[in-house]
Design a protein around this ligand. Structure first.
Ligand code: SF4
Ligand code: SF4
Length: 281
């Protein structure tokens, strides 16, 4: 029977998800996408009231009203989609994966329904050094600093034949001493804080750190617990954040490549992404 399965598998066409379908793909993440043209003050007030993590905020100033969405605090609960009257939908694409913390915050002017944009994000010099040393090859050490394992389940999927992370020259390694990047999940618990610091110290320079999920970004749903210290950046420096609870494998891959500044891949496969635009706070 096993031989029948092997024969059948060899006859099947190879199916590998194309990179252009992966980059920026947020399907299944339940992350929100705001349709600013449909936003009104009433809808903004309603979705802000519905948000359990204060990821959404409404700011009324003398110059106007602004809606802010912090993807780093969003847990993808979907309440804003349900109460947004079409002004908030499930995101199909999300390009702010693997970006700096401030780039996770989007802001819209409710008077004209337009996003408030700021300068292009600067490229990190560490990523440049790693790229110069290794081309596109990258060794990742995954560190669980106290997660619920939801993020790990998605990270594990990166190595399956469907997402096939290794086709990009990216591998998971067992020791921080062999790593170029630490992929850190979970809110940092008090018990794990020292271990995270030691893991960072054991990783040779140049090195990159990516905080994964709402927990890694700022503590997520565990924020305020006596048992946690906070997000990953409360104990070690972070180069990029990947939002979501949990982020999908496609979002993880987008974030890892973005942090590595694998620009050639982005330009070739996601030209619409363009330069990363960050919102002014
Ligand atoms: S999906 Fe995110 S932004 Fe929307 S209500 Fe839930 S936590 Fe808030
Ligand atoms: S971000 Fe969500 S899935 Fe990931 S560790 Fe935190 S609670 Fe779990």
């Amino acid at each position: 029977m096993i031989f029948d399965l092997v024969k059948q598998s060899l006859k099947s066409p190879r199916v590998l998800i194309p990179v252009e379908e992966l980059l920026g793909n947020a399907q299944g993440s339940r992350m929100p996408e705001v349709k600013p043209a449909l936003l009104t003050i009433t809808i903004a007030e309603r979705i802000v009231a519905a948000c359990p993590t204060a990821a959404l905020a409404l700011e009324k100033t003398e110059t106007g009203s602004f809606l802010t969405l912090d993807y780093g605090d969003c847990i993808g609960c979907g309440r804003c989609h349900a109460s947004g009257d079409g002004a908030v939908v499930r995101a199909q694409r999300l390009l702010c994966c693997g970006v700096g913390r401030s780039a996770l915050v989007k802001r819209w002017d409710l008077r004209n329904g337009k996003e408030v944009l700021a300068e292009e994000e600067k490229l990190a010099s560490t990523a440049g050094k790693i790229r110069a040393l290794l081309g596109r090859a990258l060794n990742i050490r995954q560190v669980d600093s106290g997660s619920c394992n939801g993020c790990e389940a998605e990270i594990t999927a990166l190595s399956n034949p469907y997402y096939d992370l290794e086709r990009f020259g990216i591998h998971f390694v067992a020791s921080p001493r062999h790593a170029d990047m630490l992929l850190v999940t979970g809110p940092v618990t008090r018990n794990m804080a020292e271990a995270v610091k030691q893991t960072y110290a054991a990783t040779p320079s140049p090195k990159l750190v990516v905080a994964v999920g709402a927990c890694g970004t700022g503590g997520g749903i565990f924020c305020g617990s006596h048992a946690i210290v906070g997000g990953v950046d409360s104990v070690i420096p972070v180069d990029g954040y990947i939002p979501g609870c949990p982020p999908t494998p496609a979002m993880l891959l987008t974030g890892i490549l973005h942090v590595l500044r694998a620009d050639r891949i982005f330009r070739r496969h996601a030209p619409s992404a363009g330069p990363e635009i960050v919102s002014k706070r």
